[in-house]
Write a protein that binds this ligand. Structure first.
Ligand code: HEM
Length: 146
């Protein structure tokens, strides 16, 4: 399903011929700039969440930093980066983990609005932006439970 399987969206490894002596990105994660990029994305996303009247009340913890870290670890793993998420949290089972929250169209759209702002700030090259945004739209819809 879209939330848990990287293979469902884009191949994580690209077969770019390696010119001698040059390091070539091998995963989506590396190609878009690795940890620094995911850090910027998630920081920008949670800055939106903090100000959003639909999103903010859904978060059980006062401090959004731990939630930001979990999202960052998950997205890094999904896009071919380190597997810290699963090492710390186990199988993502994202739908199950979202079950405590009522997620209808309104909440899905609020989440996506925050993410679109964040992705605009990070401004990935067009093809990467497109692949990531398609994933976000599908996964956010998959999280609906109301
Ligand atoms: C692309 C879609 C989404 C992804 C990839 C995603 C990812 C995540 C992850 C990784 C967690 C932490 C799970 C854990 O390990 O405990 C989480 C928590 C949460 N998500 Fe989402 N989510 C998505 C959509 C949504 C939507 C649409 C909503 C509601 C509007 C939502 C609201 C929440 C809330 C309230 C939490 C609890 C915060 C926390 O303690 O981590 N998420 N989400």
């Amino acid at each position: 399903m879209p939330s848990d399987s990287p293979r469902a969206v884009v191949p994580m490894t690209s077969k770019v011929p390696a010119p001698t002596g040059q390091t070539v990105p091998t995963t989506f994660y590396e190609a878009v700039g690795g940890e620094a990029t995911f850090d910027r994305l998630v920081t920008a996303f949670y800055a939106q969440v903090a100000d959003d009247p639909i999103m903010r009340p859904m978060y059980p913890e006062e401090d959004l930093a731990p939630a930001a870290r979990r999202l960052k670890m998950f997205l890094e793993q999904y896009w071919g980066g380190p597997h810290t998420y699963s090492e710390e949290r186990g199988h993502p089972r994202l739908r199950m983990r979202h079950a405590p929250f009522t997620i209808g169209v309104r909440e899905r759209d609020a989440w996506l609005r925050c993410m679109r702002h964040a992705m605009d700030e990070v401004a990935l090259p067009e093809e990467y932006d497109k692949a990531m945004w398609e994933y976000m739209e599908r996964a956010a819809d998959f999280m609906r439970n109301a």
